[in-house]
Design a protein. Structure first.
Length: 327
């Protein structure tokens, strides 16, 4: 593929819906040309132990080949199961010295967009502290207490995000899953009452500090997309296939929101043939890429056959050149 723009400039054009030359492609290990992704060392995404919030984690598996991504750890103990202890619960310090270590040292910021990952942003952090069932019981029976918890979490995340941006992050990608396979994990009404106000504060603080805001939210979130646009989210992933209507997303919101990923990990990518993968990738690009505003990628990180991974990469290059062919 002949390229005239640098990878960073092409990526920025794709993110800004401004005439990219080709669709950027995410590899299974997370690499996207023109992008550096940073995980600060206390994020506990992939290792067992007790994190700085007091949550105990188990599991987590290292990556194998590039098409066999590492597996996240999972929480097994929740230190705030009862909100009666909220006022005395010791939140971690977002200004803790050396939290980032040498994470920002030696980055080629001229050639790359620097994106800092903030996992377990708000809802996820709350249920990791409380346990999923305890969170939803409290959200129904003690909504004011849950709102206070979410407000304190948002205060922490805002301080952390401001620090990441001050250190050199151009963009923040926060993870907060709101959906299941067929519906949201909570009603849109509950989400708007409890989550949206604090998420809006976080997004606003990010953009006031001069960075873009990416939101990762798995599952069905169709009803929430207009709200995400309203509060200023710039980029949404992974627009999980089967759980969301890609055609509708692009048609209704593609002029105001950039989409990333969307290739069905539960379908052809993991279960089908290389030819089926080629067809899936072609369909995603045909629907989501016209006009820019799209980065190709799997909608989840699970191990897939090598032949299917090679077919995915080849299809991204074959079909991803602008102008996008719609046949």
């Amino acid at each position: 593929m002949s390229v005239h723009l640098s990878p960073k400039e092409n990526l920025l054009r794709a993110l800004r819906r401004n005439d990219p030359e080709y669709v950027p492609v995410r590899r299974m290990d997370g690499r996207i040309p023109g992008l550096i992704r940073l995980h600060y060392r206390h994020s506990m995404l992939y290792r067992a132990g007790i994190d700085r919030w007091g949550i105990r984690w188990e599991g987590g598996l290292p990556a194998g080949f590039e098409w066999e991504p590492r597996i996240q750890a999972y929480a097994v103990e929740h230190p705030l199961a009862n909100l009666a202890g909220l006022d005395t619960f010791a939140f971690p310090d977002p200004d803790e010295p050396d939290m980032f270590g040498a994470m920002f040292d030696g980055l080629d910021c001229q050639a790359n967009l620097v994106l800092a990952e903030v996992p377990y942003l708000l809802f996820e952090r709350a249920y990791l502290l409380m346990g999923m069932e305890a969170f939803f019981v409290a959200a129904t029976e003690q909504p004011a207490a849950v709102a206070r918890l979410l407000g304190r979490i948002a205060d922490y995340q805002i301080a952390l995000i401001r620090r990441l941006i001050a250190c050199g992050a151009d963009a923040i990608r926060a993870s907060d899953d709101y959906g299941g396979q067929q519906s949201g994990l909570m009603s849109p009404r509950m989400w708007r009452r409890l989550i949206q106000p604090e998420l809006a504060r976080i997004v606003s603080a990010t953009k006031e500090a001069g960075a873009m805001f990416f939101l990762h939210s798995c599952g069905h979130i169709m009803e929430l997309v207009p709200d995400l646009i309203e509060i200023g989210v710039d980029v949404l992933d992974p627009i999980q296939a089967g759980a969301n209507d890609h055609d509708r997303l692009k048609r209704l919101y593609g002029d105001r929101l950039t989409f990333m990923y969307g290739v069905n990990s539960q379908g052809a990518l993991s279960q089908g043939t290389p030819d089926a993968v080629d067809a899936d990738v072609h369909a995603c690009i045909r629907v989501l890429a016209p006009g820019g505003g799209y980065v190709l990628g799997p909608d989840n990180s699970i191990a897939i056959p090598e032949a299917n991974y090679r077919a995915y990469l080849a299809a991204g290059e074959r079909y991803g050149r602008y102008p996008i062919r719609l046949d």
